[in-house]
Write a protein that binds this ligand. Structure first.
Ligand code: FES
Length: 265
């Protein structure tokens, strides 16, 4: 994890000397060709009640320093790309209002627990690898079935997995997870919640394949149920709940295999 130092201050950018209220944004900067260690840079941006932190970052990029790097796309809490650490907490910056922090300052850093590529941009490949390992897609019983076949579901069947399907892969739960912070081999909250989303889907037949992956040491058993992942999730997905469900399931399967070793899992 980086330790930051403050070494730069930008000029206040009140337009034409007017008295517009501004708020200080302290932004973590890391430009590998320029700095060996990350540092903070301060900017003054207009304080506007309906602005979110992402608006402030876009103002900085458009008006004050075009070299600032960060990810975003939808600006409506859907794409999951704008996750950053805001005053120490992992947040979607498009859903975090400046007014929540009153007069500031607001400190914006990259999500914790991930390597930083540049400024506020983190390296995502570890998460993407893990996501793929848990097979977050419908696995059909018969993979020769025609693709155009219709798979009907009742509202009750949909309700079973709907909560877990709200995950937007923002990685905020990984940033808050102390277990992932200590052991990056841990498959982690979002990937497990997504695996559970497909396990609970009446159209899916991949539960056993996923359990084989998730019952390994770095799967569900690494979780010590701190519960931070659930607290910080901007979509109320409850990854901690998914992990506990999985532990119960894995224990039942283990007992079944122990008592009836001849039976299929
Ligand atoms: Fe898409 Fe924030 S920009 S979730």
């Amino acid at each position: 994890m980086f330790s930051f130092r403050t070494n730069q201050h930008s000029r206040v950018n009140n337009t034409k000397g007017n008295m517009a209220e501004t708020i200080t944004i302290e932004v973590a900067r890391y430009r590998p060709e320029q700095e060996t260690n990350p540092c903070f840079q301060e900017f003054q941006v207009p304080f506007t009640q309906d602005w979110v932190v992402l608006d402030a970052l876009n103002y900085i990029k458009d008006k004050l320093d075009g070299s600032l790097s960060f990810r975003w796309s939808c600006r409506m809490g859907v794409c999951g790309s704008c996750g950053m650490t805001v005053n120490g907490e992992p947040k979607l910056t498009c859903a975090t209002f400046l007014s929540h922090y009153q007069k500031g300052p607001i400190r914006v850093e990259p999500l914790k627990n991930f390597p930083v590529v540049r400024d506020l941009v983190i390296e995502m490949s570890d998460f993407l690898d893990k996501l793929q390992r848990v097979k977050p897609w419908i696995i059909e019983e018969d993979d020769t079935a025609p693709m155009e076949a219709e798979y009907l579901q009742t509202p009750e069947q949909l309700d079973k997995y709907k909560q877990f399907s709200m995950c937007i892969n923002c990685m905020i739960c990984y940033s808050a997870c102390p277990v992932y912070g200590l052991d990056s081999d841990f498959i982690g909250p979002a990937a497990i919640a997504l695996a559970q989303r497909y396990n609970l889907d009446s159209r899916d037949h991949g539960k056993e394949e996923r359990l084989d992956i998730l019952s390994q040491h770095e799967g569900i058993w690494d979780c010590t149920f701190v519960g931070e992942c659930t607290k910080v999730c901007p979509k109320n997905v409850d990854p901690a709940g998914a992990i506990q469900q999985y532990k119960l399931e894995a224990t039942k399967e283990w007992f079944k295999a122990f008592l009836k070793p001849w039976s299929k899992k």
